[in-house]
Design a protein around this ligand. Structure first.
Ligand code: GLA
Length: 376
């Protein structure tokens, strides 16, 4: 009799064990929808370009096209788990091809302005394409935001990535040297979007790559002036009327420019001529550290920015003027989105006191920026 009871107990334990293992397996499958898919997005001239959809275990979705390395959509949850798209952009390629103010793209060879499109290396003067008044902006007439990058997808243990490659030829937009680049967009299961930049050249050339997403954590229905922004910087790069640095790094000293304590983008924007469009000098000593965070009180969505770059361009979407209609038929008015472009300072090739931006043969250019999405 005792033996039968023991056998029944043993069978029961085996049954419970098997059910537990099966449940855990189901759980793992349920929690692991992490994936990366590819679909056609249209053609640039005769070249087919694609839209890649990166999804992590939490259901966060990032869409990127290899045309310009443009992030077309980032869907993140609010404090109640409701998903919304938190970047400006379009849902089709023709709209991007028609022209736009650098929505979501990779910017280069040089993010921001180079005065009069001129600089010298070893006493040789170079003239770049001029596309912003008298100056060169964001790589010129056809910057890296308008080229088709070679794309490869990768699935890692805890992330999915899209690796983009492009070689900018010698004298491209006036820049010397063949610049071989690799930019990886990595979506992790911690709701972080990593952007890892690498480049090598065969002639000395300025390089300053950045990313130009316009964020609006409210879901892009309203303007972004209600976002609370914090930037870990004590100084900013002073500029003239053409947004070219004067060479001075100014103390923020509790002025309207000072975001150390965190306050709404719109709180004092009227006191800043033209709106915010300034490079903040970051306190990170070249280490990958948190340099900014943004909080949208109505939805509880927040975003943290980490970088090892010495600066971040905070641009409050001042030139958006209602002329562009984006995803979902939303008209993009002034201040509809804001950019936090991690980078070196504008016009560094002409400013001896600024951190170096000249990449030389044999050296490797590289840095990482992380945009981390969370709720509070
Ligand atoms: C950057 C610049 C701005 C503007 C935008 C694009 O953020 O700093 O002045 O040119 O790009 O419209």
């Amino acid at each position: 009799m005792k033996g039968i009871v023991k056998l029944i107990l043993l069978l029961l334990m085996v049954f419970i064990y098997i059910s537990c293992v099966q449940e855990t397996k189901k759980e793992i499958i349920k929690r692991k929808p992490m994936k990366i898919t590819k679909q056609t997005f249209g053609k640039v001239d005769t070249t087919e370009v694609f839209l890649f959809t990166l999804t992590n275990n939490n259901g966060m979705v990032v869409k990127i096209t290899n045309y310009g390395g443009i992030v077309t959509s980032i869907q993140t949850p609010d404090k109640d788990g409701k998903m919304a798209d938190v970047v400006l952009g379009f849902d089709n390629l023709p709209n991007y091809l028609d022209g736009h103010p650098y929505f979501g793209c990779i910017v280069g060879r040089y993010g921001n302005r180079i005065a009069n499109g001129k600089f010298s290396i070893h006493e040789k003067e170079y003239s770049l394409a001029v596309n912003n008044g008298p100056n060169h902006l964001h790589g010129g007439i056809k910057g890296f935001d308008k080229v088709v990058w070679e794309a490869r997808t990768k699935k890692n243990t805890d992330s999915v990535s899209l690796v983009l490659k492009y070689t900018s030829p010698d004298m491209d937009e006036g820049y010397p040297g063949n610049l071989k680049m690799r930019v990886a967009y990595i979506l992790t299961n911690d709701n972080e979007l990593h952007i890892v930049y690498r480049a090598k050249t065969d002639k000395a050339t300025p390089v300053n790559l950045t990313h130009h997403s316009y964020f609006n954590l409210g879901g892009t229905q309203e303007n972004a002036l209600d976002h609370i922004l914090t930037i870990a910087a004590e100084k900013y790069v002073a500029v003239d009327e053409n947004l070219i640095p004067t060479g001075e790094l100014k103390d923020l000293n509790n002025t309207v420019m000072d975001f150390r304590k965190g306050y709404a983008i719109g709180a004092r924007i009227d006191e800043v001529e033209g709106g915010y469009d300034h490079t903040y000098v970051l306190i990170n000593n070249g280490e990958l550290l948190k340099v900014a965070d943004v909080y949208h009180p109505a939805t509880g969505r927040a975003m943290e920015v980490y970088t090892s770059e010495p600066g971040v361009q905070f641009y409050s979407g001042n030139f958006l003027d209602g002329n562009l209609t984006g995803k979902g038929g939303i008209i993009y008015n002034k201040h509809h989105g804001f950019c936090l472009e991690t980078q070196h300072f504008p016009d560094s090739p002409n400013q001896e006191s600024f951190p170096n931006t000249i990449l030389r043969p044999g050296e490797e250019y590289g840095y990482t920026t992380i945009y981390k999405f969370l709720t509070k």
